[in-house]
Design a protein around this ligand. Structure first.
Ligand SMILES: Cc1cc2nc3c(=O)[nH]c(=O)nc-3n(C[C@H](O)[C@H](O)[C@H](O)COP(=O)(O)OP(=O)(O)OC[C@H]3O[C@@H](n4cnc5c(N)ncnc54)[C@H](O)[C@@H]3O)c2cc1C
Length: 396
């Protein structure tokens, strides 16, 4: 049995605690509470084995350049003279070459598929108050060009024995009557599921606590080291000691790792959502990805969320009104909804964006420090397999 301290109580830290706790370790999680707006709470709740292709592509780069200066564009890049940011973008371009993308697809498929299987067994054993549901994710396309752009992905899914299929206008409107009629068609990713992420975090906390995991409130400021090992982390109020440490602080991880001379190729990718305040829902049968706007609408019995967009603008958590308006506008263009009838709460937070689309799940050069971050846009979807691997790494 080892004494393990996990830095960060987002979905990656919590699933790590889940498997480490089940293996009989003495586990604690230190987290700064809601102050840092964890991505794990504000994401769109999609669990997507389908998302095997990384963001890396020359067309994404070109699109980003075209959208420079457009306030409500789905992808916004604020040029920065920051060494880490520049290096990240150069590597992002390098990893857009075919060989790297193929490697990323293999790695992502393994993590995504294994996570989906682990979610299934998790929800068989544990409470399902986070509304875990299967049945698919629907991509709605307004143009024939967008619809056609899925041909490659659908073929790729076949190679991995996954079901996705193109839908005609009639088929998609029958499947999802809440869509507006001016839709060209869509794609159904039959292998995907969804849940309420905030509720899942709460459930995991209760389950972990009942397995003996301790939760400590505090912002990690620095590390205590001895003989090239970490011996403690220091918060404003405490010195927390352990045998093994796991760094799972999402987009903040590189700032903490730097103190130990570890460079992590991860930068914050800011996302937004608006969520119904009072549990009011909207009768979508499936989550809908509005492809031209890169916006997702996710329905739960207990609420409704419209989210996404990507902004590379450094570590700021300002709620930009043009980006929130873009979410509302997209919903109105694709769904038979009057969004102004809903009382919605805005949110923003950082995805931990890795340069090659493959997360970091490994022992660092500091031997008793395991790193689990860089899950980019699919951290919820990859969390159980990540936690499972973290447990194996810590256990040796
Ligand atoms: C708008 C949006 C939509 C998304 N949609 C999806 C989706 O549908 N499906 C999907 O799979 N993924 C989605 N993602 C991505 C996913 O949410 C992230 O990849 C994932 O949540 C990352 O989890 P994490 O635990 O690494 O980081 P986080 O959730 O950010 O957690 C990190 C934790 O570390 C804590 N922390 C940070 N620094 C310190 C410190 N110094 N001391 C103490 N604690 C600290 C923070 O408080 C936080 O709780 C989305 C993300 C966004 C922003």
């Amino acid at each position: 049995m080892k004494k393990v301290l996990i830095i960060g109580g987002g979905i990656i830290g919590q699933f790590s605690a889940y498997y480490l706790g089940k293996s009989g370790n003495e586990v604690a999680i230190v987290d700064d509470g809601p102050n840092l707006s964890p991505a794990s709470e504000g994401n769109c709740g999609l669990v997507t084995p389908s998302h095997i292709i990384p963001l890396n592509s020359f067309s994404a780069i070109l699109q980003g350049i075209k959208w420079l200066g457009k306030k409500d564009a789905p992808l916004k890049i604020k040029p920065q003279l920051d060494r880490r940011f520049i290096l990240w973008f150069l590597n992002f371009m390098r990893y857009s070459k075919r060989g790297y993308v193929e490697k990323a697809i293999q790695a992502r498929h393994s993590l995504l598929q294994q996570s989906f299987n682990l979610y299934e067994s998790f929800f068989e054993k544990e409470p399902n108050s986070s509304e875990w549901r299967k049945g698919g994710l629907l991509y709605a396309c307004k143009s024939a060009k967008s619809l056609k752009s899925f041909d490659h992905e659908i073929e790729l899914h076949k190679k991995f024995n996954m079901q996705s299929r193109a839908l005609s206008k009639e088929e998609i409107l029958t499947l999802e009557p809440c869509l507006r009629n001016d839709i060209e068609g869509g794609v159904l990713m039959e292998m995907d599921g969804w849940l309420n992420p905030k509720q899942l975090l709460q459930d995991l906390k209760s389950i972990n606590e009942s397995n003996g995991v301790k939760y400590v409130r505090g912002k990690v400021k620095s590390f205590g080291t001895e003989n090239s090992r970490v011996v403690s982390v220091l918060t404003e109020n405490d010195e927390l000691r352990a045998d093994e440490f796991v760094l799972a602080a999402g987009a903040v991880s590189p700032l903490l790792a730097k103190q130990l001379n570890i460079e992590l190729p991860v930068i914050p990718g800011k996302g937004y959502n608006i969520t119904t305040k009072n549990g009011q829902s909207f009768p979508l049968k499936l989550p809908v990805y509005m492809i031209e706007k890169k916006v997702v609408a996710t329905p739960w019995n207990t609420g409704f969320r419209v989210g996404s967009t990507m902004e590379f603008a450094g570590y700021n958590l300002n709620l930009t009104s043009s980006r929130l308006d873009a979410l509302k506008k997209a919903a109105g263009e694709y769904l038979k909804i009057d969004i102004d009838e809903f009382e919605m709460k805005p949110w923003t937070g950082w995805r931990p964006m890795k340069d090659d689309g493959i997360p970091i799940i490994e022992k660092s050069k500091v031997k008793n420090l395991t790193i689990a971050t860089g899950h980019s846009m699919v951290g919820l979807s990859m969390a159980p397999a990540t936690g499972y691997l973290v447990n194996e790494l810590v256990g040796g």
